[in-house]
Every structure is written in C-alpha cells, then in structure tokens.
Design a binder for this molecule. Sequence first.
Ligand code: AMP
Length: 415
Amino acid sequence: MKIDQFNFAGKKAIVRVDFNVPLDENGNVTDDTRIRGALPTLKKVLSDGGALIMMSHMGKPKGKVNAKLSLRQITENVAKALGAPVKFAEDCAKAQEAAASLKPGEALLLENLRFYPEEEGKPVGIDKTDPKYDEAKKAMKESQKAFAKTLASYADVYVNDAFGTAHRKHASTAVIADYFDADHKMLGYLMEKEVKAINNVLKNAKHPFTAIIGGSKVSSKLAVIKNLLDKVDNLIIGGGMGFTFFKAQGGKIGNSLHEDDLMPEALNVLAEAEKKGVKVYLSVATVAGNGFSNDAERKIFDTHNIPDGWEGMDASPASLEIWKKVIMDSKTILWNGPVGVFEFPNFAKGTGEIAHYVADATQNGAYSLVGGGDSVAAVNKFGLADKVSYVSTGGGAMLEAIEGKILPGVAAIEG
Ligand code: AMP
C-alpha cells in the first residue's frame, strides 16, 4: 500500500520512526532533524483523522531500562513539532490500554524499544562460542516474534518511516510487518523518498554516471565500490583510502593512512574496473601535512612520491581540476565520503570543492545523491545540502543499499 493512497480516518497507525536524536547531558534535544524528518508521515495520519502511535529506539541500552535513554525526554519536542499533544507509554510492551483509549487525532509515543532485547533479537548474556548459543538464538527469535506481535496488536496499520534502521531486521522495523496484510502496511514518506533516491542511482541512472568515493578506509568501502563497478562509468577515489591503492602500485606514500592487507583488493578493483570499462580517477597529487593536525605544515606531492614524515590529507588542485571536469560532465552523481580530512579547516578545501562541483552539476541538470556518513556532514558544512538532488538521512542504511544489499525494513513491506 502507498501511504498517499491510504485514508487513516478512524484507524490506529503504529509508525516506526527514527527518533534517535542527540541529547545533551541534561536530556535536551540538540538536533531535532530526525523528528522533523518524520513529520510529513505523522501529520498525514493525524490530519486524516487517525490515531498515531509512534515507536523508536534511542541509543544502545542493550536490552535494559536506562533513564538516560528514555524517550520521555523528547515528548515535548515531538509535541511541539507535531503541533499536537503527545501522550507517553512508559513500557512499550505494555501499552495495550494506552493504545486502546487513543481517539482519532491523538498521538502516543512508546518508550524506547531497545529497553527490550527482543527488539534487536540478539540473545543476551551468552557468548557466540557457547555451545548453547544456537538454542538461545532460536528462543530469542521466538520471543522477538511475540514482542513484534504485541506491538502490532496496538494498531490497524503499520508504517515504517525509520530509514536510519532500515538495514536492521528488528522487531519494529521488519518482523512486525508479518502481522499486517499488504493493504495495511506501508513505507512512510521519508522512507519512500530514500528508496526513490537509491533507485534513481542504482536502477534508473542516466549516463554518464559518476561515483565519488572518499573516506578513510578501503575496508569500509570495498563492498560499495565492487557493487558500483557494474553500474558507473566513472569512479573517483579520493581521501585516505586512495593511499592503499598508491602503495599497492609501488608508490611511496610516506606516513599516509593505508591498509596493507587490502592492497591486493585495491589492485583487483583497478583490474575489474578496466575489464568493465569503468574509468577510475585516483588523485594525481596530494596536499600533505607533516603531522596529523590542522596546523601541520602543508606541501603538495605526487601521490606516488610522498616523503617519510609527510601524510596525504587533502585533494590537490591538480586532482580537483580533473575531477571537476568528470563531475560536470555527469548526468548522475553519487557521493560518499570526504576527499580529505575535512574536519581540519586547512585540509577541507578539496571536500568543499567537490561539494560545489556536485551542486553545480545538479544545477546543470544532473541527479545527485549524497549519502552514507561523513559526506552528509560535508555538504551541510558548506551549506550546499539544498543544492544537491537528495541528501540521505541514513548513514548505515544508505551504505548497505549502495553495497547492493536488500534493506530488511523495505523488503518487509514491499516484498
Ligand atoms: P568514512 O567514515 O570512511 O567516510 O571516512 C571519513 C573520514 O575520513 C573523515 O573523518 C576524514 O577525516 C577521513 N579522511 C579523509 N581523507 C583522509 C586522509 N587523507 N587521511 C586521513 N583521514 C582521511
């Protein structure tokens, strides 16, 4: 079912949201982006005349009640954002009465789902090496189903709008969907937008399609790169991960970040890319520092010839000039990961330039998706978030989607 076609009038809807917002030491919300992200879905339920039950996790309480991670602390923020009072149920697994007494137009927030180990469904207090682990796992899967069934019993309809946890097969993100028929489960508006953005690049990309992959480690991006080799025309590899490639090619990389054990994989990526006709653009020169700090002295070196005592920390003008042309000629752009240590202002120039090129290419008609971790922080830092086509809200979920994995939260609804 599509949310836009559903009329919530007279129905109770249980909506999985991602209210895992940052709090300060006094429990005040320091950034309510995630609450605002869920508003279109939440408001649709209420304005149709439905009753709204919101459920979320916060932090990692590991299956135990933890007052510091209570969602009670954010009830007022949610009420303010919604423009409606929000009731609170102190125990998410014992909210039958609170849910039953909810009238059309009313809203209820359930306590942190992860106070119950059943939410994540991992057996507690037993090590994976224990011979009884499999048995414990099986028992936990059964309790997880019961927990999901209880949550499902509160409502007539299930909506999943928590993209941030879409890569998890948890009680509230996937298992619960089994207790609703196809006409009574749906993705929320935020989830729909995220899924569409993923499809725009992975399934319906216009060519040339360029992926810009940066960040610190090859190990965390290898699966992404491998999946993209079947889809992109151009692959720009920047940031710390580039140095594993240069070392593997026999270059001297000084003190630059690298992963020796991934050197064969790096060479493999280059060989595969060549076979598949993908053009790979590694950096040609780097802005290096004589220490890992913002105040380090800066010098530009050829990426295969960095002296000891120096480490590559930002993209050089020569690399940026080449990358700019590739990006500006693209019709689809996927950007994941900064091309330098952008947290240090003196080494943030390359990442800022990339953000501008992606924004300019978008202005010229390209579709651009920025997602999966620090590149989102980068477009925000340079004030360009509204100048790209879409900025993903889910770091881990977006990364797994780009790796080509099926997201359980989406599959549970769409099959
Ligand atoms: P990731 O989470 O893998 O996308 O990596 C993001 C991190 O990579 C950021 O914190 C950057 O500071 C870091 N990074 C990017 N380029 C470099 C580099 N040349 N050397 C060290 N760290 C880098």
